[in-house]
Design a protein around this ligand. Structure first.
Ligand code: ISE
Length: 335
């Protein structure tokens, strides 16, 4: 039977996932939607046969036909929803962050471990992007030798006026934290933040761009240029520098047009456009696993590890000092 998904939070991400489950994914349908904005929830549910609308997460989880949960509400609402989903033994796809800080993430890990099997997948969608997957396979294959350096660029067109320096770490650079851990298969042990002069086009209170440096357990170094107000496009690029060569992804060589003494192409403007295929694969694999048992994508452990690195990142940013990451040992459950 088709998997009935409750979607919590119907903002930009949640609404896109509703569309994806309805139109793109096989084996699932949207059984319930929840948003604190009742109108919004009702409008969305109205277009979906059999879908109910709610303003409380618990009501959505208890709605008829719900067999799994997709959490796309703001980060501070995640812990309560995750715990309730686990109590109901429902498979969960939780948009990042798992929770906003390491302590609450640890509580989620403990609750999941008590269940005795993995139920949570965290929405680090880059792991489903074809170029990122290719890079990981190349690095893991070992033909280039060990990876010494990973250079990352992460550019957004613009951000909301309320975007802060902490959000630059917690909402944006968190993706590089996960990507680096996954590509290198090592934990991040320390973070340093360096600021060039500030773009005069950045909103008040935001120091943009920033350079964030990670050190890994095995001694690799990762540099991240985070530029949230580039103005021109959404770009996520990475170059691995290895002992016997380098590999680059995210250059965006899609269609190239030659005309009028110029050549060029288009740059996507946001993550929904840049990572559409990755989101599609992410949700499809989650649905397939949820119907058959255990999720295989990024786990609650990955969500916790990212939260721990974020905490170090925010401190490094505030103090200007190299800050070591504090993390528990990885439980065997998440091996
Ligand atoms: C946003 O929350 C995301 O997750 C995007 O992937 C990232 O590029 C952006 O900077 C964040 O604000």
């Amino acid at each position: 039977a088709s998997l009935g998904v409750a979607v919590l939070g119907t903002g930009m991400m949640g609404a896109d996932h509703v569309r994806r489950i309805d139109e793109v994914i096989s084996g699932a349908h949207v059984a319930a939607v929840m948003d604190i904005d009742a109108d919004r929830a009702h409008k969305l549910a109205g277009g979906l046969p059999g879908c109910t609308a709610h303003t409380e997460p618990s009501a959505a989880l208890a709605a008829p036909g719900v067999g799994a949960v997709l959490i796309a509400s703001p980060g501070p609402a995640h812990e309560a929803a995750l715990v309730e989903a686990l109590e109901r033994d429902l498979p969960v796809l939780c948009e990042k962050p798992l929770t906003p800080d390491p302590d609450s993430a640890l509580r989620v890990l403990e609750t999941e471990q008590k269940l005795g099997r993995r139920r949570i997948q965290v929405g680090f969608m880059r792991r489903f992007d074809s170029e990122f997957t290719q890079l990981r396979q190349l690095l893991a294959g070992g033909t280039l030798g060990r990876t010494l350096l990973l250079h990352c660029r992460h550019r957004n067109v613009r951000v909301h006026d309320y975007f802060t320096n902490e959000m630059l770490i917690n909402d944006s650079v968190v993706h590089e934290m996960d990507t680096a851990r996954w590509l290198l298969d090592e934990e991040i042990t320390a973070v340093t933040v360096v600021r060039p002069r500030r773009s005069s086009l950045a909103p008040e209170g935001l120091d943009d761009p920033q350079v964030v440096l990670f050190e890994t357990a095995g001694g690799a170094v990762v540099t991240v240029e985070m530029f949230a107000t580039s103005g021109f496009g959404y770009q996520v690029q990475a170059e691995a520098v290895c002992e016997r060569g380098t590999a680059r992804i995210g250059e965006g060589h899609g269609m190239l047009v030659n005309s009028g003494a110029r050549w060029g192409g288009e740059i996507p403007q946001d993550f929904l456009a840049r990572f559409t295929d990755a989101y599609d694969r992410e949700v499809q694999q989650w649905v397939t696993a949820a119907r058959g048992g255990v999720p295989t994508g990024p786990s609650a452990w990955d969500g916790y590890a990212a939260a721990a690195v974020c905490a170090a990142g925010v401190e490094a940013q505030a103090t200007g000092r190299r800050t070591e990451v504090e993390m528990i040992e990885r439980p065997g459950f998440y091996a």
